[in-house]
Design a protein around this ligand. Sequence first.
Ligand SMILES: Cc1cc2nc3c(=O)[nH]c(=O)nc-3n(C[C@H](O)[C@H](O)[C@H](O)COP(=O)(O)OP(=O)(O)OC[C@H]3O[C@@H](n4cnc5c(N)ncnc54)[C@H](O)[C@@H]3O)c2cc1C
Length: 429
Amino acid sequence: MSINVKEYDAIGIGFGPANLAIAIALQEISSERDFNCCFLERKPQFEWHGGMLLDGTRMQISFLKDLVTQRNPLSPFSFVNYLHQHKRLNSFINMSTFQPTRVEFNDYLTWAAGHFSEQVNYSQNVVSIEPIEQDGEVQKVKVITENSDGQREERITRSLIIGMGGSPKLPAQFEGKLSRQVIHSSAYKFWRDQAAPAQDDASIAIIGAGQSAAEIFVDMAARYEPGSVNMINRGYALHPADDSPFVNEIFNPEFTDQVYARTQEQRQALLQRFSGTNYSVIDVPELNAIYERLYLQNVTGKGNHNYLANHEVVDVAQQDEKVSLLLRDKASQQQSWQQYDAVILATGYQYRGYSQLLAPLQSYMAQQEVERCYRVPMQDNCKVNIFLQGCCEDTHGLSDTLLSVLAVRSHEVVSCLTQQFEQEAQIAE
Ligand SMILES: Cc1cc2nc3c(=O)[nH]c(=O)nc-3n(C[C@H](O)[C@H](O)[C@H](O)COP(=O)(O)OP(=O)(O)OC[C@H]3O[C@@H](n4cnc5c(N)ncnc54)[C@H](O)[C@@H]3O)c2cc1C
């Protein structure tokens, strides 16, 4: 245990794009007052979804939805300034695209993150958050981290800014069954480069029907040309992602107000109505590429890659480095065991990781929904601020888990936080 327990005005948990945007907003907004904030990130360095940083994959939103532009187009942390600093602005313009590759966007985010290296503590996994109670009141919390050697450190703060992102969502049949042969898409690239089957005629199953499943199918089919790569979908068809302009307005920052103003029932209806912008959908170029690839197999008679529509996984068994899936054809109800060398679960993410960490504070929370400024309402005997990012889809809309509103949301969070500090400072004077 560290002897020097440091105290901060705020601690950010996780340092992905959400808290990186917070770091920038804090620097831009709180220049009059030196705000003492640190960020704790479990990875050894900044990386944006490294397990899916596949060559050629592109952003699903415009580069203008970077960390700052929608709030402050003059900020030095814009994607355009990144291009300028790296002497690629003109070449980028020549490509006539709004959607850079993910590899480049990761490089942009890493460049921006590099400006905050003194505030970020990498290789620090937050394992627990404990209330510090005094005379029945909680003014601060203790944040406990563990590094890769198991060493623990403590820090104290009055305000937490959660930006932990998602964690793999596994179908029930696969709970506790991740292995060298069964992986989640979030680890795909690391697995592909280090642990994927060596033989080029391997048989691979990809479960899922979203963007990650499609990107992995394209990548695996190219790698295992003589093999058999199967994309397994419980639905009938692969659906295109809707990024048409009228629909895209739901990702405008001001749309968050519209969602928040509605009843929970109306919000759910909105999420449902527009889920085709983000969930179980595929960008049209990848979707067409998959269809054409499978079609060409029929033309040439070569190749054994498959799209299995309307099939669900009933059971899974692993033996001798092989994985067997019991598949049910939902139309005929027939079941059969199929054996694979590897199974990749492109089954999405869940965003509840924060609730486990905050469990010790549960009894201090007012049982009300999160505020518009993303703060968790607390009871009168708890003065701790907790801001949630990336897990407020139910109250704030579909943008919440994405990059779409980062520039504006970070300002909303930071304004709420700093205003409170200023008010308290005035009262104390
Ligand atoms: C492959 C992929 C591509 C995507 N492409 C797009 C896109 O093009 N456009 C778009 O809008 N959205 C996209 N998304 C959605 C994605 O969620 C956002 O891009 C973005 O990553 C959200 O940022 P975040 O900071 O909230 O979460 P994350 O990027 O997930 O960052 C959270 C960070 O918190 C850290 N962390 C978690 N728990 C702890 C802990 N206990 N202690 C310390 N650190 C912790 C994690 O290591 C991680 O670095 C994509 C998602 C994926 C998976």
